[in-house]
Design a protein around this ligand. Sequence first.
Ligand code: ADQ
Length: 448
Amino acid sequence: MARLIIVSNRVPSSSDRQQPAGGLAVALRDALKQGECLWFGWSGRQIDDADKDNRKAGAEQVRNVAYSTIDLTHSEFDGFYQKYSNGILWPLCHYRAGLMSYSRKDQEVYWEVNQLFARELKKQLRPDDIIWVQDYHLFPLGQALRDLGVTNPIGFFLHIPFPPWSLMKSLPDAEHLMRSMQAYTVMGVQTEDDARNMNDGFVQCNIAQKAQVFPIGIDPDSFVQQAEAGEHDFDVQRLQISLRGRPLIIGVDRLDYSKGLPERFHGYEAFLKRFPEHRGKVMYLQITPVSRGNVEEYRLLKRQLDETAGRINGMYGDFDWTPIRYITQPVPRHLLAGFYRLADAALVTPLRDGMNLVAKEYVAAQDEEDPGVLILSHFAGAAPEMEDALLVNPHDADEIADALHKALTMTQSERQARWGRLKPDVWRVTAQTWARDFMTALAGETHA
Ligand code: ADQ
């Protein structure tokens, strides 16, 4: 059986290797169970630029998976990760070209780090390995490997959206980047929209490549177990007691401008303004751990959110009621699962999102007798699969307000009916089916 090589910017942390808690490690768990695997990526360590020729390689074997890492220098981390990946490609792929701060220097570092990854990985490759590259940090990795003579099958999956070509081409290097994607045996994206956009880009650039759709999901059975166990957790009960019978609205997102958080706060404010009967009678818990705190846009966003939450709490709060409980610390997954189960409504309102797993986690965590209501943005990749959510345009504060009112006054039978129609898809499109379908396509192309 061929060895599977996963390549991602970061490899899972040591604790995630033993027992994956979230994200890619969970999504790939089934694929990684079979046969021998190697997971290669950045160690998370930054070294001095002067030490670049003495970087340390890390290696750890956990059961059948070998984890192999390399260090990056401070300048590489800055140019490759912070500036080009997160300051240029991330906003552009989320349709926010105006937020992109392009420099040719950062672009060079991005390509150099991809070449570095390729050189280091090639040393470890065997002829029958199958390689699967993850996400926008590593678009050119396939080409960099081919340039070194690697002929193994190489798949690529993009976790975030891909914008229309008319937007993508505002990146000076766009055509070059697209051309590099020819190197991949299979090119995967989350949604039909992403595939249409990327394939149009390939046509416009006269490139023989085709993106295919592989929507990602969660591991619903294990999430249900966590939610059921979480219900009895001391901290979940603490939250429940503090509600004193009031309905709970929950939001769980990394602090990121793609998640539409200021817009969501404005929606909640419009809800309090237009439906005064809910004042003092609901609780909105927003859990938003800080991410990418070194990037300017993220610092500004954090300040904006702090101010908006403070203003709404100052304006509508009472001696015994705080309208928004806003937490910027990460919360362990079993608690999150318990919180979701407790929540009467979830606000998942990204301005643009590859898929959005929180929406699926929320549905999985519900109690079938008394399920909560999902309020979901049209612009989440999950929206086409989840039409029985209350779908909203996150730019329209009044639409969010109306949806909140509708969710909190919805009859139990309608909640059950909607949830009953949402649930099958969460079990149909899972982390397991995603990985399996991608691997099948890659193996199919390889033997074709
Ligand atoms: P993300 O942008 O990180 O992922 P998402 O799909 O919602 O977005 O996944 C976030 C994960 O982190 C979820 O499992 C969630 O439970 C967890 N999480 C979020 N906030 C948390 C908190 N406060 N504490 C603990 N855990 C928290 C990218 C793309 C998405 C795509 C995924 C997978 O941007 O569109 O769905 O990859 O492909």
